[in-house]
Design a protein around this ligand. Structure first.
Ligand SMILES: Cc1cc2nc3c(=O)[nH]c(=O)nc-3n(C[C@H](O)[C@H](O)[C@H](O)COP(=O)(O)O)c2cc1C
Length: 184
């Protein structure tokens, strides 16, 4: 486990004070070598239009390249209406095309869903997993449904709950092993 493993982190919320972004930053700060977590932004991506998939806008090309250069992908997302926020599904769609040229293919992945509610974004977490099957992304089996998000972060936006930090640290360790076992 000596080689750095670049993990693209996609946050499914564009909100400035997003709990999911705070969690993504906390995970990036906690990650131990060989994992290197970097948030890859998705808010600049145009809405997917199949008319342009053969000749995509530069934002799409740059985004696909960031994913292709990564060893793995970590999704940190809220649940919207019991499913995946549109902005995140759009990012998945744009980088999955043209058919046969998907940036996601064979990338090991993991999901964390964060919500102020009690179900912890379970619906979004599992809706994403449905796409992973088609996208051929081997997904870590780790149930990171994080509820009660409004109580987890301090004024500086840091993850201040010890048991959640411990749980997430174990997830990162499991993800590191998963990447070593499944990286292309
Ligand atoms: C359009 C919309 C739909 C939502 N649907 C759900 C939902 O199905 N389940 C849930 O737990 N929270 C839902 N929420 C509340 C979000 O979990 C909450 O706004 C959360 O803070 C969003 O994540 P963020 O803090 O990372 O932006 C919804 C919020 C919005 C704006």
């Amino acid at each position: 486990m000596n080689k750095d493993r670049k993990v693209a982190v996609l946050v499914g919320s564009l909100r400035k004070e997003s709990f999911n972004r705070k969690m993504a930053r906390a995970l990036a700060a906690m990650a131990q070598p060989p994992l290197k977590l970097e948030i890859v932004e998705i808010g600049q991506l145009p809405l997917f239009n199949q008319d342009y998939e053969a000749n995509p806008p530069p934002e799409v090309t740059a985004f696909k390249q960031r994913i292709q250069e990564s060893d793995a992908v970590l999704f940190v997302t809220p649940e919207y209406n019991r499913s995946v926020p549109g902005v995140l599904k759009n990012a998945i769609d744009v980088a999955s095309r043209p058919y046969g040229k998907s940036a996601w293919n064979a990338k090991p992945t993991a999901v964390v869903s964060v919500s102020p509610g009690v179900i912890g974004g379970f619906g979004a977490n599992h809706a994403l997993r449905q796409s992973f099957v088609f996208l051929n992304m081997p997904a870590l089996q780790y149930e990171a449904y994080i509820g009660g998000a409004a109580q987890l972060f301090n004024d500086k936006g840091e993850l201040a709950n010890d048991s959640t930090r411990d749980f997430m640290g174990k997830m990162l360790q499991a993800f590191a092993k998963w990447i070593e076992a499944n990286a292309a």
